[in-house]
Design a protein around this ligand. Structure first.
Ligand SMILES: Cc1cc2nc3c(=O)[nH]c(=O)nc-3n(C[C@H](O)[C@H](O)[C@H](O)COP(=O)(O)OP(=O)(O)OC[C@H]3O[C@@H](n4cnc5c(N)ncnc54)[C@H](O)[C@@H]3O)c2cc1C
Length: 387
């Protein structure tokens, strides 16, 4: 089976590798370069800590194990995969209770989580106002662009063809309406038995071009990057309200910071969440809010220089679950997009699910995750403007 993967972000790379390992011939197309989309705008957190029980947590747990497999096969250095663990802290006793109840529910689903009575013993520079928290040893980090390039390079070594600078314009279909390839903006036809839409935030538009629109919308976020520092922040550290913001559906600005160090010594402070379409403008007040929250968590950051600020657009579906699976309207078309703020973490298991769908194997048996909650049919008829 010949498969065209549209989009070479982290999702397209993991889909391409899983498909070729499953025995498909694979061509990966990107209108730009590998990792140049939202993948280059994320922080690279591979989190289980922020997910309540449900399908996304199941996918995250599976994906977390698969990141370790990729680390073993491709080299942890090549991905900058660090199993550094995450600390979620509360600054008031009622919030601490809420965190503990959330952790209990997660434990029942297989998440490893430990109560932390004194956060300062885990993170020596944290605010003395942190009254307690939860420790999640499964939380990890990758460098998203390095990981994308490494996974794609491995797919290429196994025979996948990668074609940057190739913008997909439409589908080539047979008389039954089944997709038989894609047509690029330069008029080239690329034949295929199946096409996978891995276009991230542009998945709605690519789906439309291929005859199967899906409601994927942008959720803007800023990330702050400090000057490089000597070792100071040891783990991923975030405040309890982060979980509420991730799940929130309001259109307004939401900020709750996650603070973490990178291999280069810089500290990443992310991230805001805002529904403003593709408005790319800078927002000094948002940056100020994130910075203030980071200083509240780690007071020493008040004396540290900000080096730069970057922003990106998370791809989200109205029900905040990714869309992964065959399009019931267009035989041969598959979607793997809409992973919102968790696409880096969820990419390997997404690749496994799509590979199973492509090759007609049972996704639950192959990927160990129930595919039903992610199937495209749940979104049919959903308003593209809805959020
Ligand atoms: C501020 C911020 C922080 C984040 N932090 C994290 C985090 O810590 N952890 C985490 O897991 N996730 C995080 N995310 C989310 C994560 O970055 C995304 O979920 C993920 O990168 C989506 O990957 P993707 O491959 O689906 O999309 P993309 O990386 O956007 O890839 C899609 C590709 O499709 C290509 N494309 C589009 N249209 C066409 C076309 N017509 N023809 C050919 N190619 C096309 C694009 O060029 C692009 O390269 C964050 C996002 C933001 C914005």
């Amino acid at each position: 089976m010949r498969v065209v993967v549209v989009g070479a972000g982290i999702i397209g790379a993991c889909v391409a590798r899983a498909a070729i390992v499953a025995g498909c011939d694979v061509v990966v197309l990107d209108r730009d370069q590998a990792g140049s989309g939202t993948t280059s705008r994320g922080e690279g957190n591979v989190l289980v800590s922020d997910k309540p029980p449900g399908p996304e947590l199941d996918l995250a747990l599976r994906s977390r194990r698969r990141w370790d497999d990729l680390g073993d096969e491709l080299g942890r250095e090549a991905l900058e995969l660090e199993s550094k663990g995450g600390l979620v802290v509360a600054t008031s006793v009622p919030v601490l209770g809420t965190l503990a109840r959330f952790a209990d529910e997660q434990r029942r689903c297989g998440v490893i989580v430990e109560d932390v009575a004194r956060p300062v013993e885990v993170e020596p520079l944290i605010t003395p106002g942190a009254v307690g928290g939860q420790w999640y040893p499964q939380d990890a980090q990758v460098q998203p662009v390095l990981a994308t390039v490494a996974v794609l390079a491995d797919a290429a070594r196994r025979g996948a063809e990668y074609r940057p600078g190739t913008d997909v314009l439409s589908a080539r279909s047979d008389t039954r309406g089944a997709i038989k390839g894609v047509v690029t903006t330069s008029g080239e036809v690329i034949d295929a038995d199946a096409v996978v839409n891995c276009a991230g935030t542009w998945g709605g538009e690519v789906g439309r071009r291929l005859g199967g629109p899906v409601p994927v919308l942008p959720r803007k976020g800023f990330v702050l990057v400090t000057e490089p520092l000597p070792p100071s922040v040891r783990h991923k550290v975030y405040s309890a309200d982060y979980v509420a913001n991730v799940a929130a559906s309001s259109e307004g600005l939401e900020t709750s910071c996650v603070v973490e160090a990178t291999r280069a010594g810089t500290i990443l402070i992310g991230a805001s969440r805002e529904r403003v379409g593709f408005d790319a403008s800078m927002s000094p007040s948002t940056v100020q809010r994130l910075a203030a929250q980071a200083v509240a968590l780690f007071p020493f950051l008040a004396g540290v220089q900000l080096l730069r600020v970057y922003r990106g657009f998370r791809p989200y579906c109205p029900d905040h679950q990714p869309v992964i699976g065959p399009d019931p309207r267009v035989p041969g078309l598959f979607h793997a997009c809409g992973h919102e703020g968790a696409g880096i973490g969820l990419a390997p298991a997404t690749g496994d699910l799509i590979a199973a769908h492509l090759t007609g194997r049972d996704p639950l048996a192959v990927a160990g995750v129930d595919p039903a909650p992610f199937l495209p049919e749940r979104l049919l008829g959903t308003d593209m403007e809805a959020s």
